[in-house]
Design a protein around this ligand. Structure first.
Ligand code: ATR
Length: 275
């Protein structure tokens, strides 16, 4: 049986998802294709989705700007996607479409793969309060991490996010910067530092705890300015492209019931990203 998977979004021509899912299919001897369904005009979204239903895909990913717009077309939405209010993976089964969000689980798998002995009582600083931060926060809480502080440029957004869960603190970027020694894991979830603004960083690491792990979900460049500064301070780092691979792994698992290995893809993906 040949599977049809794909991606909807715009622009998606440079997406790494086809490469990743083709590697997964090869690895597990699963026959299929991963196609790009680019939807340039948002006003044609309903029509394009109707066409997608007709061609009977087995599953697809959803990226910007349609992660929320897809919600009314789904028959079921899993708990994490409901919590985040956005879907990045759809399973099409027996004429019904089920929406998932694999970002949070993907992030946790990636972090715990690099740091399997991370203590549940680690003090975590989450930078950002957007969709990515929401998914990661949800996954952190599910894993039993309780000491979480959220910081964000717009502090009310951090407060709104923190209000959903008890025991979560919020602080301004200025406050955390002068108090960074209080955190064991720093997780950067904003787009700050992404190409073409790679010299930017949301915080400086002047007062950092020397045992801290610094993690950035940005993977273009592979090593952001924040991670470079962390390395200069001899800190442990966690690179963003591993989240990309693990969120794809979880999506593939949802579609096929099989879990591909991520490890063989890490070096080749690094080479692709280094160009
Ligand atoms: P995503 O779904 O990728 O998380 P988002 O929901 O638009 O995207 O959230 C973007 C996050 O990056 C937010 O935390 C945003 O901060 P604000 O809430 O203050 O907008 C953060 N962000 C984006 N550009 C930023 C910048 N130049 N400086 C600081 N934070 C920035």
């Amino acid at each position: 049986m040949t599977n049809t998977f794909g991606l909807i979004g715009y622009p998606i021509k440079h997406s790494l998802s086809p490469w990743i899912h083709n590697q997964f299919m090869k690895q597990l001897n699963i026959e299929g294709t991963y196609q790009l369904f680019e939807i340039e005009r948002e006003d044609l979204f309903a029509e394009k989705i109707k066409r997608l239903k007709e061609i009977e895909v087995d599953g697809f990913n959803v990226t910007v700007p349609y992660k929320e717009k897809i919600l009314p077309y789904l028959d079921e939405i899993d708990e994490q996607a409901k919590e985040v209010g956005a879907v990045n993976t759809v399973l099409c089964k027996n004429d019904s479409w089920i929406g998932y969000n694999t970002d949070g689980v993907g992030y946790m798998r990636a972090l715990l793969n690099d740091y399997p002995h991370l203590e549940k009582h680690s003090r975590i600083l989450l930078i950002g309060a957007g969709g990515a931060a929401k998914g990661i926060l949800h996954a952190l809480l599910q894993h039993g991490f309780k000491q979480i502080t959220i910081t964000n440029r717009t502090i009310v957004r951090a407060e709104e996010l923190a209000a959903v869960h008890s025991m979560i603190a919020t602080k301004t970027l200025k406050e955390v910067e002068s108090n960074l020694h209080s955190y064991d894991v720093i997780i950067q979830t904003t787009s700050v530092g992404m190409k073409p603004n790679e010299t930017k960083s949301p915080i400086t690491l002047q007062h950092v705890n020397k045992q801290a792990i610094v993690s950035d979900i940005v993977y273009q460049p592979l090593k952001t300015t924040l991670l470079q500064e962390a390395e200069k301070n001899n800190l442990s780092i966690h690179l963003g492209h591993t989240m990309l691979l693990y969120q794809a792994q979880y999506a593939f698992e949802i579609w096929t019931g099989q879990r591909p290995e991520v490890a063989p893809l890490i070096d080749p993906l690094e080479n692709i990203l280094k160009g």
